[in-house]
Write a protein of this length. Sequence first.
Length: 271
Amino acid sequence: MNDEQRKWIYWAIPIAIVIAAAAALYYGRTRQAEPQPQVAETSEPTPAVEQPVQHPLETEAPAEPLPSLSESDPLVQQSLLDSFGRSLEQFLIPKDIVRNTVATIDNLPRKKLPVQRLPVQPTPGELVVNNDGDVTLSAANYARYEPAVKLLQSVDAAQAAQLYRRFYPLFQQAYADLGYPDGYFNDRLVEVIDHLLAAPEIEGPIRLTQPSVFYEFADPSLEERSAGQKLLVRIGPKNAAIVKAKLRELRAAITAGEQPFEPQTPENEQD
């Protein structure tokens, strides 16, 4: 991974969550906390064994035939802009939107994300730290994530779910093409949402360490978490609360109101 990719990967991830969660439901700069090298488009997919569907999605035949997955970008892009407004253009990469959205969702619970598959553009911003004896993550970083968080907050879950059901075949095909021919994408989406909802909520200072060029979380229990959960720590408690609230709404809209299981875990202490 080159320096430019290292520079923008971590602020790009929250926007990817916005696009990955919102777009899926719509249709069916330096020295970061941890460098994420490029990984394969699929990351150790489960062997092709048919699994029972856990969260069946009620769908109906579209009034008009859907485009093929390879030709779906114009319709997806225009529909997203119609829903979110022109401000989305500064974030969205209008190429392989559905495929990249599915790949991003599938990899959020893993340690690394494939940066070449993020469906978003880079945006300016560098990691800011406080160094008063202990190095901690500065609250000034949280404002960098606010445009993406506000975009997610504006999503109408009911409308999103209706469109998701209509266009679900595109997401299902992309999931099968990713390496899960017998998988069910809606189950994976619900599983990922539940994983993100289980991210720890930390109100106090977040200590960092710098073993080499890049910063890492000083608390090993944070550093070992998935890319998606570390993101929700990194964006700050206020932004994380907004994201989690919207994820609960989106989950309810695609699971007939079923409530997610959220284990009660103590907040991670920063020694």
